[in-house]
Write a protein that binds this ligand. Structure first.
Ligand SMILES: [Zn+2]
Ligand SMILES: [Zn+2]
Length: 213
C-alpha cells in the first residue's frame, strides 16, 4: 500500500467538507482496488511571516505565495516520513482555501482550475485551491454536494499527475475542463488507459512516465 500525506491550509468555513472529500477519494481507491490511500496528517500552519499583500481588481488580498506553501509542505512531509517510518509515502497533498499566487511574475495569477506540483529530491508536493471550484455554483441546496464532487475529481486529477499521468481526452478526471459545468458532467474516475497507467505506477514505483503539470 502506498500513502499520500493529506493536509489542508487556510481557513475553511466547512472543515467537514475536506474530510468528506478525502474519505471519498479513499473510498474510490478502495473500490477500484488501487493500493493507494490518502493519510490525513493534520492541518498545516504556514507562518504569518510569509503573507504577501496582493492588489487585485477586487481590492487588496492577503495571501501566501506558492513558494512558502511548497516549503511548508516539504518540511511537513519530511517530518511525517520520519514519524511514520516504515510506510511507503513520499508525497503530500494539500487543499488550500485561498487562490494560489506566486512571486514569480511568469506564473498565471489565477491558475484556471487545477493545482500545482513540485518535486524536491524525490519528494512531491501537490497543492489544490478550492477557489476555482466555487465558481458557477448556484445557490441551491445541492451546492455542497456539487462542490464536494468537483473537489473529489480535482484531488483524483492531482494525484494522477503525482504518479506521472498526463492529461487525456476521454471522459476521465485527467481530462481538464474548459468550464466548471463541463467538470460537473465529467466521469468520477480514471478512464481505462489512465487507470492502467496509475496502477502500473503504483506497482513499479521506479518507472518514470514523464513530468507534466
Ligand atoms: Zn484518462
Ligand atoms: Zn492537470
Amino acid at each position: 500500500m502506498e500513502f499520500v500525506a493529506a493536509t489542508y491550509i487556510g481557513n475553511f468555513g466547512d472543515k467537514d467538507l475536506i474530510f468528506e472529500v478525502y474519505d471519498e477519494v479513499n473510498r474510490h481507491f478502495s473500490e477500484e482496488g488501487l493500493p493507494l490511500r490518502l493519510l490525513y496528517v493534520g492541518r498545516l500552519d504556514v507562518g504569518p511571516g510569509y503573507v504577501i499583500n496582493l492588489q487585485t481588481e477586487k481590492g487588496s488580498m492577503r495571501l501566501y505565495p506558492l513558494e512558502a506553501i511548497i516549503e511548508a509542505l516539504h518540511s511537513k512531509l519530511l517530518q511525517e516520513m520520519e514519524n511514520k517510518g516504515s510506510i511507503r509515502m513520499n508525497k503530500i497533498f494539500a487543499l488550500v482555501s485561498f487562490p494560489l499566487v506566486s512571486r514569480n511574475p511568469y506564473f498565471d495569477f489565477f491558475e484556471r482550475f487545477f493545482g500545482i506540483q513540485e518535486a524536491i529530491g524525490g519528494l512531491r508536493m501537490m497543492v489544490l485551491s478550492v477557489k476555482p471550484f466555487e465558481s458557477e455554483l448556484e445557490r441551491s441546496e445541492n451546492r455542497r454536494t456539487i462542490l464536494k464532487k468537483r473537489l473529489v475529481k480535482g484531488v483524483l486529477h492531482e494525484i494522477g499527475h503525482g504518479f506521472g499521468l498526463g492529461h487525456c481526452r476521454n471522459d476521465c478526471v485527467m481530462n481538464p475542463p474548459e468550464r466548471m459545468g463541463e467538470w460537473d458532467r465529467r466521469f468520477m474516475g480514471y478512464c481505462d488507459a489512465c487507470f492502467r497507467d496509475l496502477k502500473r505506477a503504483l506497482e513499479f514505483p521506479g518507472l518514470k512516465m514523464g513530468e507534466r503539470d
